[in-house]
Ligand binder design. Structure first.
Ligand SMILES: NC(=O)c1ccc[n+]([C@@H]2O[C@H](COP(=O)([O-])OP(=O)(O)OC[C@H]3O[C@@H](n4cnc5c(N)ncnc54)[C@H](OP(=O)(O)O)[C@@H]3O)[C@@H](O)[C@H]2O)c1
Length: 288
């Protein structure tokens, strides 16, 4: 799609390196000959090659970590955008470009900018845009790895109990998100893009459970529970009521209308996104 301009001298700073996407991104960049510097809060890990000690909440450590790098991969793994303005300002003077791991929950409201009720992603996107940094935004749908929430029930065998088994969700493989990020970090032509990332299809939650069961060799089925029971269960985890109700409404809507898929992974990387079946096969051991 774009001309590759990576050379051996490129250095990318990963903020959130051990995370679901970051761990694949680090491997993919290293395989492409890009130097990777990964921020970690852990003193023991920071002693290992390729790591640098720092904290997303500590702008001075970010500025030091970003010194001399060509590009930054930024995830914001917090419930609010508190501290994000300081983090963006710390990066602004140091780096050429930023690739932000945002979320498909962000909507573009004409005249008001990116908006994500109950989540910080929209605000962080707006801060990056206002900060004058060259940047690319990745807006993935749900990660395939979110299926690990069912691992305990699948390992136990029998049933996975939940609400919205018929909801069709276009889950995206973290390796494909990382592949798009790697392109945006190392190629020209992605500045200002807002990439909505999905898998190639939208299996229902019940189908996902069945696919994992087949991959792991476990007899497992979806057992639907009433919405009120699901609501009660989610509230006991401390999730705010507005977010719980929003998530349940979403599942209800997607039962009638599965999430649409995009061609962005293919367009940017030249390779089709992995189907959920591939993720399940590669992670089957986690469900045995
Ligand atoms: N899960 C989904 O379905 C989904 C869907 C769309 C978008 N997203 C977006 O994905 C992002 C989360 O990505 P993820 O799932 O990769 O997160 P994750 O797996 O939870 O990883 C978060 C990373 O951030 C690091 N971290 C946490 N606090 C830090 C701090 N104070 N300073 C430095 N590093 C810190 C963690 O390091 P440690 O290992 O040291 O703790 C970890 O490496 C969010 O922006 C979310 O909106 C997620």
């Amino acid at each position: 799609m774009t001309e590759k301009t990576t050379d051996d001298a490129s250095t990318v700073l990963l903020l959130g390196a051990p995370g679901a996407v970051g761990r694949h991104l680090g491997l993919q960049l290293a395989a492409a000959g890009v130097r990777v510097r990964a921020l970690t809060r852990r003193v023991d890990r920071a002693r290992q090659p390729g790591y640098v000690l720092g904290d997303l909440r500590d702008p001075r450590s970010l500025q030091a970590a970003a010194h001399g790098v060509d590009a930054v991969f930024l995830g914001w793994p917090f419930a609010t955008a508190e501290g994000a303005a300081e983090a963006v300002a710390a990066l602004a003077g140091e780096v050429g470009r930023v690739v932000l791991l945002s979320s498909a929950a962000v909507q573009d409201v004409p005249g008001a900018g990116p908006y994500s009720p109950g989540r910080p992603d929209g605000e962080v996107e707006a801060l990056l845009a206002a900060g004058g940094l060259r940047h690319t935004v990745l807006r993935p749908h749900g990660f395939a790895a979110d299926a690990l929430r069912w691992a305990e029930e699948i390992r136990a065998g029998g049933a996975v109990r939940g609400y919205g088994g018929g909801a069709g969700l276009n889950v995206v493989d973290e390796r494909d998100i990382a592949a798009v990020a790697a392109r945006a970090l190392t190629e020209d032509g992605h500045d200002g893009a807002r990439y909505v990332l999905t898998g190639p299809e939208s299996p229902t939650q019940a189908e996902q459970v069945r696919i994992i069961g087949e991959a792991a060799g476990r007899e497992v089925r979806w057992e639907e529970i009433p919405r009120e029971a699901a609501r009660h269960r989610m509230l006991t985890t401390g999730c705010p009521p507005a977010l719980v109700d929003g998530a349940l409404d979403f599942l209800h809507t997607r039962t009638a209308t599965p999430e649409p898929v995009t061609t962005t992974v293919q367009d940017v990387t030249g390779r089709p996104p992995r189907p959920f079946r591939a993720w399940a096969a590669d992670h089957a051991h986690l469900f045995r």
